[in-house]
Design a protein around this ligand. Structure first.
Ligand SMILES: Cc1cc2nc3c(=O)[nH]c(=O)nc-3n(C[C@H](O)[C@H](O)[C@H](O)COP(=O)(O)OP(=O)(O)OC[C@H]3O[C@@H](n4cnc5c(N)ncnc54)[C@H](O)[C@@H]3O)c2cc1C
Ligand code: FES
Length: 349
């Protein structure tokens, strides 16, 4: 039976229960789990809504779904075997029980913002500071969507600063120039200070989970942005877990925030090991190779996988390789958290 016939034959409503809490919602006829969750006002993690970023990955505990596009385009074999689905592509065939972590408070804000400062971090990454009209509250690790008049679609940027209690109008993000990119070419090439940006957020489910075990953080390029937020916030809250931060670049000129990271290391209450890894230029005192090639060694430093949580942020290829390496090392998928920095090329690819 083709998908259309299946959809038409489907019973009108399914109920979805989120395990471990009181949350239950109805999924309308022919709707996806994500669409209905958002219609019900839930802060369901998502980004692209078209099955490419993995942000809406959800563990299906019971019930059956149809996939609009196969989950395997985005999820790893390990994730599929563990029962993960993509909520934005999942149309329920039955009532469902799922496991997913909703965002805090469930409230996202839409407001306007101006770009008020740009700071060079590397040859192709800038810190962009935004001044919003209204205060935005977020969790360390989350991101906002940004649009501008005539934009082909929203662009997502993760906050680099630690959250401020009660919210803040000053938002900082690290932005990498993507050659041919609709937004980043402009950001690096012209003065955008007068542009009335529309922003909305916070979004995403990338934040530090509770626990006492060690944490392994892996980033590449501007993927350091949410990790700086997460680490600064963890310092402010006196987190005392052992940590390794792997940071991948091609050459020394790709490394940045070294002083800030040294500051975090100095205040960190557990052990803190910062390991830059360069993939193209062998440099004395630096590890050489792919950043994900350092995962096994980092896990050994942290005393093994027991209680370990992993946080990855950066380009999709790095995340896929990182998740595979973590799973191969024995880290349960439920303890691996990531944000893939997809763009127009990776979304359509
Ligand atoms: C959750 C999340 C968080 C993110 N956080 C950050 C962050 O903190 N910092 C950061 O730097 N980035 C982040 N990103 C990526 C960011 O949202 C943008 O995708 C990125 O900045 C590129 O935007 P752009 O408009 O410059 O490029 P785009 O216009 O998206 O183009 C990107 C590339 O795709 C090519 N392209 C355009 N259209 C097509 C097409 N149809 N087919 C094939 N190729 C095409 C372009 O030539 C270009 O090379 C994040 C992404 C996600 C999903
Ligand atoms: S929101 Fe579902 S894969 Fe991106």
């Amino acid at each position: 039976m083709n998908l259309l016939k299946k959809l038409l034959a489907r019973k009108p409503l399914s109920r979805v229960r989120i395990a471990g809490g009181e949350v239950e919602f109805e999924v309308g006829r022919n709707k996806t789990v994500l669409e209905s969750a958002l219609e019900n006002g839930l802060a369901y993690p998502h980004d692209c809504t078209v099955g490419t970023c993995g942000a809406c990955r959800t563990r299906l505990l019971s019930g059956k779904v149809d996939a609009i596009t196969p989950f395997g385009y985005t999820l790893s074999r390990e994730e599929l075997e563990a029962g993960y689905i993509l909520a934005c592509q999942a149309v329920p065939e039955t009532d469902l029980e799922i496991a997913v972590e909703l965002g805090e408070g469930g409230q996202t804000l839409r407001t306007t913002a101006r770009l008020v400062a740009l700071r060079e971090l590397t040859h192709d990454i800038r810190e962009a500071s935004w001044e919003a009209e209204a205060k935005l509250s977020y969790r360390a690790g989350q991101y906002m969507n940004v649009t501008w008049p005539g934009a082909p679609g929203p662009r997502s940027y993760s906050f680099s600063g630690a959250p401020v209690e009660g919210g803040t109008t000053r938002l900082t993000t690290f932005i990498r120039k993507v050659p041919g990119g609709a937004f980043t070419e402009r950001l690096f090439g012209e003065d955008m200070s007068a542009v009335p940006f529309a922003i909305d957020g916070p979004h995403g489910g990338f934040w530090l989970r509770e626990g006492e075990g060690p944490i392994l953080l892996i980033s590449g390029g501007s993927g350091l942005s949410p990790l700086m937020s997460l680490l600064s916030d963890a310092v402010a809250h006196g987190v005392a877990r052992d940590a390794v931060l792997l940071f991948g670049g091609r050459a020394e000129r790709d490394l940045y925030c070294l002083d800030e990271i040294a500051g975090i290391a100095g205040q960190w209450r557990g052990s803190f090991d910062f390991r830059p890894v360069l993939s193209e230029v062998e440099t004395p005192g630096r590890r050489f190779g792919m950043v994900t090639g350092e995962i096994a060694d980092a896990i050994a430093t942290l005393g093994g996988v027991a209680g370990l949580q992993a946080y990855l942020c950066g380009p999709p290829g790095m995340i896929d390789a990182g998740v595979a390496a973590l799973v191969a090392a024995g880290v349960p998928l439920g303890d691996i958290h990531y944000d893939k920095f997809t763009d127009a090329s990776t979304r359509t690819g």
